[in-house]
Design a protein. Sequence first.
Length: 415
Amino acid sequence: MDDNEQAVLTGMLQSAEEAAPVEAVHAVTGDIATALNALSVSLLIADLSGRALVRLTHQTAAGRPGRHQGEEAAEVLPFDGGPYEQALRQQTTQVLPGDGWHTVLAPVAQRGEAIGLLEIDLPDEPNAAVIARINRTAHALAFVVIANRRHTDLFEWGQRSTPFTLSAEIQRRLLPASFTCEAGAFALSGWLEPAASVGGDTFDYSVARDVLHLSVTDAMGHGVASALTATLGVGSLRNTRRRGDSLVTQAEGANRALAEHANVRGAYVTAVLGRIDLATGRCELLNAGHVPPVLVREGRAEPLELPANFPLGMFPDEGYRSGEILLLPGDRLVIVTDGIRERNAADLDLPAALISIAHLHPREAVRALSDAVLATAGPVLADDATLLIIDWYGGHGPRSSAAGADIGRASILRQ
């Protein structure tokens, strides 16, 4: 990185800080256009459906395509297997020749989270040095988006091609800020289907210095009541986790909290709680009345046998027991909710489906499994389906990263 590029990146951050949160990306893309002598620059963010990109624009004139809210416009670009989808899913920069210009599509990512694409139209074909500079710029843009989306609804609104129900709105606040996380020893990703109307399912994770904490929960029932039960359960689990309590203590605390405070008589939550020692691969798991986790190892997918426990909230004085496995490099741990196994979705051969997507990064594997469930159960699921996939590599320490993602572990899409 030369002094000129360093000055541009510094200017980007200053422009983002000086602009209002809703104007930050526009201000930064303006700086990028000037620095690269670009014809146009746009940020395309990933839609919450996982099946499209969205171009956000400030509607200064009538006739902008897509959804509108005041002066804001969101144009949805569905995935079609083309270069836009490939750039996002494979985390690889694409250069597309046009009529008198070239379009560069650079992934905007941070720690494996595919935030979107930086779309730049250049008057000349870029060389390798220019592409490398664009990639670094796109990585910096990821931090601008992450920082500013905390202060405005613009990005969240743009990502919602389908309106959310009230229960889904409550539930979304229970989810981690990023659905994907890469580290030296592991990569994980979670997913919910349908994202716009679920109310009782959640997944969660937190990375400590040497431990990965994770959970998947499913609150009884549907709608707002289920979302409120989930809020109580997740709140209790996070509270005890952040105090450093063991999995058993976390489960027993949530069990008592639900039994005492749930506003629906007899409310309960099924859950799988886990913690993985990042140095050794020792994985402790606690199953509270939930669908058993599945271990994918050496071409086989088998449910894990863990000590049986009642769901959280069912019996307030109940004790809990956990089990343990040792993860080996190449293992994949899969945790789902019962929406994957209920009614028509039960026709899906889950082990076969998991084997068929073993080559995909968790970021893409969760979406592929969700698509397989929808293809089996029909366009509308009878129950929420939530997925959490953790790939274990071993070798706790720094990870390899190029502009926000580990390219060596990214998905290779099969045509």
